[in-house]
Design a protein around this ligand. Structure first.
Ligand SMILES: C[S@@+](CC[C@H](N)C(=O)[O-])C[C@H]1O[C@@H](n2cnc3c(N)ncnc32)[C@H](O)[C@@H]1O
Length: 227
């Protein structure tokens, strides 16, 4: 079966892991996630889901700190890598699983769902709407979502999804390597906040963040289920 454009990261991870034996995104967690989890009352009893965990730098950090976390990604290679890193870190590798959130549902709801740098991979409106619907449908009634995307709230950009698997030169450490281009859509604050509203998610906090690993600037939004 043909891969969907938003699965191009699977190719990129394979290319980097095989040629460099290192993570594409590094292993530094983003402090923002734990800060926001704490601010909104998460503790070791709270159920947490990460969507699009990539190579697991945030998930493994939080698991090591005793958070009750499931972590998922559409990429088989990402989850293979995460399970290997989880074993090394001494956390439960079985909490990592492959899932395309645009085409799957879980039998479980969560107190917190977070996602770092995933939504901006989705260039089509219908896919972005599905992302928000998945989040809403998997939150407990008092649950909160923490969604971080690339962008400064002003610049807009939409790449051609048909080119997501094409190879492109990208800097990696001190060299240039060839990896899958992947996809990217950046939207304004106005559009981003409307997308939450459309899925009946009420944004209770939003701001620009320059501490997310691998990104110059990201838009962070925290939302809860609208009544
Ligand atoms: C830019 S990477 C970010 C990864 C990680 N969150 C990080 O901060 O390094 C985007 C991730 O989203 C995942 N992804 C894209 N579409 C997805 C979908 N429909 N369901 C689950 N994961 C998805 C990709 O496989 C990739 O791992």
């Amino acid at each position: 079966m043909n891969k969907k454009y938003y699965e191009a990261y699977d190719d990129r991870y394979k290319q980097v892991h095989q040629s460099q034996n290192k993570p594409w995104a590094g292993d530094r967690p983003s402090p923002t996630i734990e800060k926001l989890l704490k601010k909104y009352g998460a503790d070791s009893n709270s159920s947490i889901l990460e969507i699009g965990c990539g190579e697991g730098q945030n998930a493994i950090y939080l698991m090591k700190r005793n958070y009750n976390l499931d972590a998922s990604d559409v990429s088989l290679e990402a989850i293979r890598w995460c399970k290997e890193q989880a074993k090394i870190a001494g956390v439960d590798e079985n909490r990592f699983f492959v899932m395309d959130i645009l085409n799957n549902n879980l039998d479980k709801k969560y107190d917190f769902i977070f996602s770092v740098a995933v939504l901006h991979m989705l260039v089509e409106d219908k896919d972005r709407n599905e992302f928000f619907n998945f989040v809403r449908n998997h939150l407990n009634d008092t649950g909160k979502a923490i969604i971080v995307v690339m962008g400064d709230g002003k610049m807009t950009r939409k790449t051609d999804a048909t080119k997501a698997f094409d190879l492109a030169d990208r800097p990696f450490e001190d060299k240039i390597i060839q990896v899958a281009t992947t996809s990217c859509r950046m939207v304004t604050w106005d559009q981003y906040l409307k997308e939450f509203q459309k899925a009946n998610l009420k944004v209770i906090n939003h701001y620009l963040d320059k501490t997310i690993s691998g990104f110059e600037v990201c838009m962070v939004a925290v939302a809860e289920k609208g009544k």
